[in-house]
Design a protein around this ligand. Structure first.
Ligand code: ATP
Ligand code: MG
Length: 346
C-alpha cells in the first residue's frame, strides 16, 4: 500500500495522532536517525509500535529487515503483540514471524548461531543468565577466586563467598560490556585491577572451554562478528530499520552494536527516558541517550510530553520529584538530563 493510503487508514483508526504533533511526526517520518525522548506514560512504546507497523504496511521493509528490541523478553513480546493487534485493527494481516524482536542479547544469540564457526563457541552452547553465571563462578571458585587473596580478603577487598562472587560478576560484566581489553588491566600499576584482569581471563577461558557464554559475552561476541567485513556486509545489508525501546538502559557494547548495524542506512530510532534509567548503576550508561544525537549530522529529536496514563496530581508530584534531583555529575561538568522535559497531563 502507498504511504498516503496507509496514513489515511491510520488517521481513521488512530485519530488521537492528530492531537499530538510530536507523535504524528515520530510515527510517519520513519527514515534517518531519530531520538524519541519522553517521560513515563507519554506513549513512547505506542509510538514505536505504530512507527514499526507503518514501515511494514508501506513496504519500506519486510519483517525480517526490521530489528526491534527492548530491555526485557516480556516487553519484547508485548511489542510484537501490539504490532499484530494494531495491524488487525487496521484490517491488515501480517506475518510477523520473521520480525527480529527480542532483547539485544537474545538477538545477538540468534546471529551468533548463524556464524558459530567464527566465534569461540560451538554447537549447542549454553547461555548463562544472571543467576547461572553466579553459580558458574561458584563451581569454579578454585580457579577464578581462590588465588586472589590479599590481606585475608578476596582481591584485597571482599569477604564472604557470595558477596565476592556477586561483586566480581559486576566487574566482569563491566569489562565485557565496555569492551575493555584485559591487557590494559594487567599493565596497570593497581594490584586490584591486575587481580581482576587475571581472574577475568580465567573466567573467560573456562567459560569457552565448557562451551558456555554469559549475557555480556553474547553481545561482545556478536560485536566482534560485526568487525569481520564479510559478515558485517551480509548482516547489515539485510537490516533496513533498527528500533530500540528503553534506550536509557542500554550499555556501551549494545550502543556500539546498534550504531554499527545502522551505519550504512542510518535508519535508527531509539526511544527512552533518561530519568527512568533503571540500570544506571548496573552498567547501563545514560550517556548513550544523552549523546545519541551527537553521533549523527542530522538526528531528529522528538519529545513526547503529554502523559496519557496518570492523573494531573500524580504528574505534578512526579515533575517536582524529578526536578528536585541534582542531575549534575559529581565534578559538575555534565548535566545528565535533557532540559525542558516537564510532563503534562493529556
Ligand atoms: N495520542 C494518544 N492518545 C491517547 N492515548 C494514548 C496516546 N498515545 C499513547 N496513549 C496511551 O497511553 C498509554 C501509555 O502508552 P505507552 O505504554 O506507549 O507509554 P510509554 O511512554 O511507553 O510508557 P513507559 O514510560 O511506561 O514505557 C497507553 O495506554 C497508550 O495507548
Ligand atoms: Mg514504554
Amino acid at each position: 500500500m502507498n504511504n498516503e493510503g496507509v496514513k489515511k487508514l491510520y488517521l481513521k483508526e488512530f485519530p488521537e495522532l492528530l492531537n499530538n504533533s510530536s507523535q504524528y511526526d515520530a510515527v510517519f517520518n520513519t527514515d534517518g536517525p531519530t531520538l524519541i525522548i519522553a517521560g513515563p506514560g507519554t506513549g513512547k512504546t505506542f509510538t514505536l509500535v505504530l512507527r514499526t507497523l507503518y514501515i511494514l504496511l508501506t513496504e519500506k521493509a519486510r519483517p525480517s529487515e526490521i530489528l526491534l528490541s527492548t530491555f526485557t523478553e516480556k516487553a519484547a513480546f508485548e511489542l510484537r503483540d501490539r504490532i499484530s493487534q494494531f495491524s488487525r485493527k487496521l484490517g491488515k494481516k501480517l506475518n510477523l514471524h520473521e520480525l527480529k524482536t527480542g532483547t539485544i542479547h537474545s538477538i545477538c544469540e540468534k546471529f551468533i548461531s548463524c556464524y558459530l564457526r567464527k566465534t569461540p563457541l560451538n554447537k549447542n552452547f549454553t547461555v548463562l543468565d544472571e543467576i547461572t553465571s553466579l553459580l558458574f563462578i561458584n563451581e569454579n571458585f578454585k580457579e577464578i577466586i581462590e588465588p586472589y587473596i590479599e590481606k585475608d580478603k578476596y582481591f584485597g577487598k571482599w569477604t564472604g563467598k557470595w558477596n565476592t562472587i556477586s561483586n566480581l560478576t559486576g566487574y566482569f560484566n563491566k569489562i565485557t560490556e565496555e569492551l575493555i581489553e584485559t591487557e590494559e588491566l594487567l599493565k596497570s600499576k593497581n594490584e586490584f585491577l591486575i587481580m581482576i584482569g587475571e581472574s577475568y581471563n580465567g573466567y573467560k577461558r573456562l567459560l569457552f572451554e565448557k562451551n558456555k557464554v554469559d549475557f555480556a559475552f553474547l553481545q561482545k561476541i556478536f560485536y566482534e562478528l560485526l568487525l569481520d567485513d564479510e559478515i558485517y556486509k551480509k548482516i547489515s545489508s539485510e537490516l533496513k530499520y533498527i528500533l530500540i525501546d528503553e534506550y536509557q538502559d542500554t550499555n556501551y557494547v549494545q550502543e556500539q552494536i546498534a550504531l554499527k548495524l545502522s551505519d550504512i542506512n542510518k535508519n535508527i530510532c531509539v526511544v527512552g527516558d533518561e530519568d527512568q534509567s533503571l540500570y544506571r548503576f548496573r552498567g547501563a550508561t545514560v550517556r548513550n541517550i544523552l549523546e545519541f544525537p551527537k553521533k549523527f549530522d542530522n538526528c531528529t529529536v522528538i519529545k513526547l510530553l503529554s502523559n496519557y496514563r496518570s492523573h494531573q496530581k500524580i504528574i505534578e508530584t512526579y515533575n517536582k520529584f524529578i526536578e528536585s534531583i541534582n542531575w549534575f555529575s559529581s565534578d559538575k561538568s555534565t548535566y545528565y538530563r535533557y532540559p525542558n522535559k516537564t510532563v503534562i497531563a493529556a
